[in-house]
Design a protein around this ligand. Structure first.
Ligand code: KIV
Length: 285
């Protein structure tokens, strides 16, 4: 396959795509999830195609601001960026539920503004859900969206869009007051109707307490195995960056492998080894 002749995703024509109600139903009335939910971020069609057969949910995270665009935080990410990458991921994935992060500034001002932004995201991308950060303050917005046909994933604990008020990206819930606030935030958005809840950067007892308290599945990132599922930024787990956050396990070392491959390519071009005989077009006669 070349860049110019993309094949349809292998899973597209026949497989049924995972739905928001199906993810919600993974947590039974007894509060148990049989098999943990697998979620990874994806930002491009080809990566979505590679991740799709293995994941329940692909999240077009606003982490793309840092991962793809080299921005210093998620704060500058725009709806245009989320829609462009969201549509690419939906084109690449035929099985996993695709959820799209609502970027900072697109949903906080009012429930109506949130609906307009979320509706645009779903219309322009074909994704089936949005994710938004926040707890008690944002819960009425979650209820408003859900009541109007927009499946929502909540996100509490460390909420990166609030970096300017939090003062950094450290784990949350180290004081009793902060732990109680995270638990209250989680209950508020879960009760408002989100079908899953991302818990980011919280201590294990908080994750365990929230997971036991809410009806929807919790999906942890830096939040211990006590959650009902896990999510990572795909570039982190593939080793695309030198720095690996403590909660990330590197399953590959792609940065080094890419460096080696490109070093070899550069040496072969300079040494007139590439292109070789095998890469030459020949006349058909
Ligand atoms: O933006 C993102 O990638 C996220 C995940 C890390 C949960 O919100």
């Amino acid at each position: 396959m070349s860049t110019f002749q993309p094949e349809p995703p292998a899973t597209a024509p026949t497989a049924r795509r995972v739905t928001a109600p199906a993810i919600r139903a993974r947590k039974g009335p007894d509060g148990a999830v049989d098999t943990p939910i697998v979620m990874l971020t994806a930002y491009t069609a080809r990566m979505a195609e590679l991740l799709d057969p293995h994941c329940d949910v692909l999240l077009v995270g606003d982490s793309l601001g840092m991962v793809i665009y080299g921005l210093p935080s998620t704060v500058p990410v725009t709806l245009d960026m989320m829609c462009a990458h969201g549509a690419a991921v939906v084109r690449g994935a035929g099985h996993a539920l695709v959820a799209i992060d609502m970027p900072f500034g697109s949903y906080e001002a009012s429930r109506e503004a949130a609906f307009a932004s979320a509706a645009r995201v779903l219309k322009e991308t074909g994704a089936a859900a949005v994710k938004l950060e926040g707890g008690e303050t944002i819960a009425p917005t979650v209820a408003f969206l859900v009541a109007r046909g927009i499946p929502v994933i909540g996100h509490v604990g460390l909420t990166p869009q609030a970096v300017n008020t939090l003062g950094g990206y450290g784990a949350r819930g180290r004081s009793e007051a902060e732990a109680a606030k995270i638990a209250a935030d989680a209950r508020a958005v879960a009760d408002a109707g989100c079908f899953a809840l991302v818990l980011e950067g919280v201590l294990e007892p908080i994750a365990a307490g929230v997971t036991a308290a809410v009806a929807c599945p919790t999906i942890g990132i830096g939040a211990s195995p006590a959650c009902d599922g896990q999510v990572l930024v795909v570039d982190d787990m593939l080793g695309m960056f030198e720095r690996t956050p403590k909660f990330v396990k590197r399953y590959e070392d792609l940065a080094a492998r890419i460096g080696n491959a490109v070093e070899t390519y550069a040496a072969e071009v300079r040494g007139r080894v590439f292109p070789g005989e095998e890469q030459l077009y020949r006349s058909k006669t």
